[in-house]
Design a protein around this ligand. Structure first.
Ligand code: HEM
Length: 465
């Protein structure tokens, strides 16, 4: 049924498209509407975008069924648009399914660049500040110690142990309580929500392309799924926040995000509205931080099983600097340049969000001499940046030690986004990744189980891979 609606919808929009009047002077890009829709439906659209860049130039513009999309395929154009172009390109696309129908429109990554978002981002900086926070690193180190014990007992499921460890770090720092197991309700609900929203984010559901479709009958599968996701979302926002508040009353929370944010409330701010901002910021931290950090760890596992010589080199460095009697701590990082480069190479080799988080222009703008219509979706092709170096498919942490390749860009300067929407969890993620990677390598040698098929990282059409 959804397929029929989608086909009718395409016919309708193609008609509108061809009957529309004069087009603005937008950047070059492919024009055939059926070809574009077909290309966008393929997996790994970032590769399609890179091909378009070869044909049309690094800044590509397409019109997808009446929706303007600007694709930025070079470091220069991404910086020019997302760091230097002011606030106009700092908004997010309106997502009818994920935002309105699933109820995530108040989450930080989907919010437009407005006063509320600025306040919420400021709140996150109180806890997830740019420089490594010693209190949080203590918590992370305890969690990593437990991770190593878990892997010793059960070495054959590293990814679920990693996900739990990252989840515990974020939840502990955000709400001040612990989650004990992979089947903890908080993690399960969060994962279900991510599974439900992932495929809706890219290349876009028909309802996002034509929002009037949301008035179709409620028994249609997209409505049923969205309603199920919405009730999970409401629960995810309210339950942990109420739990954290109860713990705070008993004095059991130590410097967590919700506590720091609530203490920063001034008398002239309305309590209900303030709490609304805090709880939505809190839930966004987990939803935005968990999968993205875990994606880097999944690339780490694949790289270590595929390139054992790189693993051995990192282990040798750790053994000589840290020794055998303890786990690495954050202050070891500056003495472990190879391990640091290995983490960077994991982020470059398999950039976790190949298209970043989409942005949107609020008003008409001029960019590189071209028109960018209001409401244009802007996609930075981070995957393309990650390939702009010598021998991009090879896993070579050494490239970040020597930096002799003039085209090479440090992935920590682009994988976390840009400018006003730069990821507020960047330092937190880098600290977590360093602790997990260095501690795992100091205790284990990772290899494929006997007779198992080589592990290939999943490539999806969603935002995170
Ligand atoms: C390797 C791990 C991570 C990567 C690659 C990553 C990447 C990103 C990117 C690309 C954006 C969009 C930036 C833009 O639009 O310019 C973003 C936003 C965001 N990230 Fe991260 N992130 C990671 C970890 C985290 C962690 C650990 C947290 C929280 C603890 C977090 C919280 C957020 C939030 C709340 C936003 C939305 C900010 C906004 O829209 O203003 N991220 N992240």
């Amino acid at each position: 049924m959804e397929l029929i609606i989608f086909c009718l919808f395409i016919v309708f929009v193609v008609f509108l498209y061809h009957s529309s009047g004069k087009r603005p002077n937008t950047p070059p890009g492919p024009r055939g509407i059926f070809g574009i829709v077909l290309d966008l439906s393929r997996k790994q659209p970032w590769k399609t975008f890179a091909r378009w860049a070869e044909e049309h130039g690094e800044t590509v513009y397409i019109d997808v069924l009446g929706n303007s999309v600007l694709i930025l395929n070079s470091h220069e154009s991404i910086l020019a648009a997302l760091e230097k172009q002011g606030t106009n390109f700092a908004h997010r696309p309106t997502l009818t399914i994920v935002g309105e129908l699933m109820g995530l429109d108040q989450s930080l990554p989907l919010t437009n660049y407005n006063d509320r978002l600025r306040k919420q981002r400021k709140m996150t900086h109180l806890t997830f500040n740019a420089s490594s926070n010693p209190k949080h690193n203590e918590l992370k180190q305890l969690i990593v110690e437990e991770l190593i014990r878990t892997l010793n007992r059960k070495p054959d499921a590293p990814m679920s142990a990693f996900r739990l460890a990252i989840g515990r770090m974020i939840v502990g720092t955000t709400y001040g309580f612990d989650i004990k197991a992979e089947n903890d309700r908080y993690i399960e609900d969060a994962e279900k929500i991510m599974e439900m929203i992932g495929p809706m984010l890219f290349p876009g559901h028909p309802v996002d392309l034509l929002p009037a479709l949301k008035y179709l009958p409620r028994w249609l599968p997209f409505h049923v799924n969205a309603a199920a996701a919405k009730s999970l979302v409401v629960d995810m926002v309210e339950r942990p926040f109420e739990h954290a508040k109860a713990l705070m009353k008993q004095g059991l929370v130590r410097s967590a995000f919700v506590q720091n944010a609530m203490e920063a409330k001034t008398d002239d701010e309305n309590l209900d509205y303030y709490e609304h901002m805090v709880k939505w910021a809190a839930v966004s931290l987990y939803e935005a931080g968990s999968d993205s950090t875990s994606a880097v760890l999944s690339a780490f596992l694949v790289a270590m099983t595929t390139f054992p010589d790189k693993q051995a080199k990192a282990q040798k460095e750790i053994d000589s600097v840290v020794g055998l009697g303890r786990l690495p701590i954050i202050s070891d990082r500056e003495h472990l340049p190879y391990v640091n480069s290995l983490v960077k190479e994991c982020m470059r080799w398999h950039v976790p969000l190949p298209l970043g988080f989409p942005r949107r222009s609020d008003a008409h703008d001029i960019f590189q001499g071209f028109d960018v219509p209001a409401e244009t979706v802007i996609l930075p092709n981070l995957w393309q940046l990650s390939r702009e170096c010598q021998n991009p498919e090879a896993f070579e942490p050494e490239r970040f030690l020597s930096f002799t390749d003039p085209k090479l860009v440090d992935p920590t300067t682009y994988a976390f986004g840009f400018g006003r929407r730069l990821c507020p969890g960047k330092q937190f993620a880098l600290d977590s990744l360093f602790l997990v990677v260095s501690s795992v390598l100091s205790n284990f040698t990772i290899h494929l189980a006997k007779d198992s098929v080589p592990f290939v990282p999943l490539a999806t059409t969603g935002l995170i891979r």
